[in-house]
Design a protein around this ligand. Structure first.
Ligand SMILES: [Zn+2]
Length: 482
């Protein structure tokens, strides 16, 4: 039987978080919540005769991304008209870049589940403007132009991706880098970051490039991974049954987990690109590029390495840096005095579990009731022996539900550990009386009986006995009896 491998190239569209649009002064707003058609002007509505002006901030953001992806930045850029008709593109063309994109020939290193890494080539990244948005209501289509003219960066890989797992790893890493650079929120559910894999399959060992299909507008990393896996499987089945794959544009039905045929392509589109006559070539000085290079923030890989040096495992560090809001949250917990390993453990194993249960994505961590200061205080309460781990988990439940101060919640829930040695000793005496046989075994050198006895005493304490003190008192009492 033939074994197949996938050949995937990924196109990503990232809206840039600038204040204003790409070629006009209209504000960039959240197009999922703003009233439709409230931030528009003759330029972004595509009226005849208007003149676009390039947004300097958008160019700077694009250079940031290009540098972070190890690209060469072109010092001479030309914008081009890409002609096509679409109801949400009233001027009949999109201003984009064609022959002279802003960034070329870069790479991005991805982290694979087995711990290895792989470089994915970046072919190009270019600036363009987003289109409006069609909204279908009943039998009618409505158009919202708020998004029209929002700066968009298209980032295209080489066909270096060989599996759905690699596509997922690439999507995850790129999303994190864009967040760290402050150029995109990474909130894919709002459509500000859209991923489109081009997929073909071939027998392992072959170098041919077979007919590919494109899955459009995936709006989560999970969808990217699932859609890629499903499409790879679909194409393999076609070849296995002697058929051929047709070039096509596909949609993704997340609920059903299937690809949906949108249109079959007979030939490549002819967009009739030509240089945009209303914009001069964009010349970028090498000094400006260097200035931006010097101002780049710490990127995910560097942060992960730093966290490993703080004592975290590679896995913990990767989980914490994967989302900028999570990384910022973690650092804020450390800033409030928590020890790195403990902070990582409480976030990954406890806070994430509660967020998962509440169907909250990890990037919303800063919006939960558990502030970084509160989590640091909770960890300190355990460290000081005020509460034990189990009690701390109950306090975290309450914090997550309604917020508040951990020390206050400990009092409200009656979870503070007792320092009353008389109370602990009374419980010890009760347990030793009830387990005379075990006491004898302990005295005869059977150390493991101690574990059983301490368990019995702790149970008497209902979570209020501090472990170390109780342990010491128990041993003291045992020794008296031997
Ligand atoms: Zn405008």
């Amino acid at each position: 039987m033939t074994t197949y491998e996938a050949v995937i190239g990924l196109e990503v569209h990232a809206e840039l978080l600038t204040e204003s649009k790409m070629f006009c002064g209209c504000a960039v707003v959240d197009s999922t919540t703003a009233d439709p058609n409230t931030v528009v002007c003759p330029i972004c509505l595509g009226m005849p005769g208007v003149l676009p002006v390039i947004n300097r901030r958008a160019v700077e953001f694009a250079i940031r991304v290009g540098l972070a992806l190890n690209c060469q930045i072109a010092t001479t850029n030309v914008f081009a008209r890409k002609s096509y008709f679409y109801p949400d593109l009233p001027k009949g063309y999109q201003i984009s870049q064609y022959e002279l994109p802003l960034a070329i020939n870069g790479w991005l290193e991805i982290d694979l589940p087995d711990g290895s890494t792989k470089r994915i080539g970046i072919r190009r990244a270019h600036l363009e403007e987003d289109t409006g948005k069609s909204i279908h209501v009943g039998g009618s289509s409505l158009i919202d132009f708020n998004r029209s003219g929002v700066p968009l960066l298209e980032i295209v890989t080489e066909p270096d991706i060989r599996s759905a797992e690699e596509a997922e790893a690439y999507g995850r890493k790129l999303r994190a880098i864009l967040q760290y650079l402050g150029v995109n929120s990474g909130d894919m559910s709002k459509g500000v970051l859209r991923m489109e894999p081009n997929i073909s399959v071939r027998p392992v060992g072959s170098n041919e490039l077979r007919t590919r299909t494109e899955v459009k507008n995936l709006n989560s990393i999970r969808s990217l991974a699932r859609a890629s896996a499903v499409e790879i499987e679909r194409q393999i089945k076609i070849y296995e049954s002697g058929g051929t794959v047709t070039q096509a544009t596909l949609g993704w039905d997340e609920a059903r987990g299937t690809v949906v045929m949108q249109r079959e392509k007979e030939s490549a589109h002819d967009y009739r690109y030509f240089p945009e006559p209303d914009l001069p070539p964009l010349v970028i000085s090498p000094e400006w590029i260097e200035e931006i290079r010097r101002s780049l923030p710490e990127l995910p890989d560097a942060k992960r390495n730093r966290l490993i040096e703080l004592g975290l495992s590679a896995y913990e560090a990767s989980v914490l840096v994967a989302d900028r809001p999570v990384a910022d949250y973690f650092e804020a917990v450390l800033g409030s005095g928590a020890e790195p390993k403990k902070a990582a453990n409480w976030i990954i194993n406890e806070l994430f579990a509660r967020m998962n249960k509440a169907a909250l994505p990890s990037e919303s961590i800063a919006q939960t009731h558990v502030t970084p200061a509160a989590l640091a205080e909770l960890i300190a309460l355990v460290d000081r022996g005020t509460i034990n781990n189990n009690a701390a988990k109950k306090v975290l439940d309450a914090l997550f539900e309604r917020g508040g101060a951990p020390a206050e919640l400990v009092r409200q829930l009656g979870l503070e550990q007792t320092q009353d040695t008389a109370l602990i000793e009374a419980a010890i005496l009760k347990v030793l009386e009830a387990n005379a046989a075990e006491v004898t075994r302990y005295c005869n050198g059977e150390e493991k009986v101690l574990k059983f006895l301490i368990g019995q005493v702790m149970r008497e304490g209902r979570g209020k006995f501090p472990a170390e003190l109780t342990n010491a008192l128990l041993i003291e009492h045992l020794k008296k009896r031997c």
